[in-house]
Design a protein around this ligand. Structure first.
Ligand code: UDP
Length: 238
């Protein structure tokens, strides 16, 4: 029997690739709108929502450095990609009449708000969805680490990591028919067995601050709301 998961404030982390649909690159508006509708359904429950969206659908730092670009420069390009994704999500949420703020770790005042912790908390209290963009603002990090950092700073009770599968498996369930899903797994087991939930620095930061990670499928319609309302399939990393 799984514990009932009911939270007042959560952070939803999705990869940039979650926004590209079946395309190989960029943004797929119907997919962005579908995810925005999932977020709205949770917002309608009264849950305060933070979001962090990756940038891998547009640019990844490692890809740039593999092509000979200096790593830090390539990482800044990756961070800028996350700002584009955040703006697309903001537009989709606002079309659903959800008030949002895009809050960037790298100030760009004409485009979105700079990150000011206490101001962001105030937005959440006013039920505005806060989309944190530009990762941590530092090269050599990922948006998984940014998600864990912001979730801690905002006092979120959990990170919801939306993926293509309904939890954490002992091996890739898309390749192995006998892959086994964990209902619950510890941070240390995720690290030791390289279970690929998030990168190691993000997992360690969550562990050190006792921040649970709920891994669930973003492809399952109503899945995000279902888990917050107390049912559905997921893995709890705690
Ligand atoms: N990035 C960074 N610092 C951060 C967050 C992101 O340098 O704090 C860069 C990094 O180059 C990364 C890119 O932004 O490859 C896109 O983020 P990520 O790969 O985490 O996106 P996702 O895989 O979730 O789509």
């Amino acid at each position: 029997q799984e514990p009932r998961v009911t939270y007042k404030r959560v952070l939803l982390k999705i990869s940039g690739e979650a926004l590209m649909g079946d395309q190989g690159y960029g943004l797929h508006p119907p997919t962005v709108n579908r995810i925005a509708a999932e977020v709205k359904s949770v917002h309608d429950l009264g849950v305060e929502i933070c979001m962090v969206i990756g940038g891998g659908n547009i640019f990844r730092g490692l890809q740039g450095s593999a092509q000979g670009m200096e790593r830090a420069t390539a990482d800044y390009m990756g961070m800028l990609a996350t700002v584009m994704n955040a703006l697309a999500m903001q537009a989709a949420l606002e079309a659903l009449k959800i008030h949002t703020r895009v809050i960037s770790a790298i100030p760009m005042d004409q485009v979105c708000e700079p990150y000011i912790r206490r101001r962001a908390i105030r937005h959440l209290e006013k039920k505005r969805v806060c989309i944190f963009a530009a990762g941590t603002g530092n090269p050599y990090f990922t948006t998984d680490t940014a998600a864990t950092l912001r979730a801690n700073e905002m006092g979120c009770e959990a990170i919801f990591k939306g993926t293509k599968v309904d939890g954490v498996y002992d091996k890739d369930p898309k390749k192995h028919a006998d892959a086994k899903r964990y209902d619950r797994v510890s941070y240390d087991e995720v690290l030791q067995k390289h279970l690929g939930v998030m990168d190691a620095s993000a997992i360690a930061l969550a562990r050190d601050n006792h921040l649970p990670i709920v891994v669930f499928s973003l492809d399952e319609p109503g899945g995000f709301r279902g888990i917050l309302a107390g049912d559905g399939t997921y893995t709890l990393v705690a």
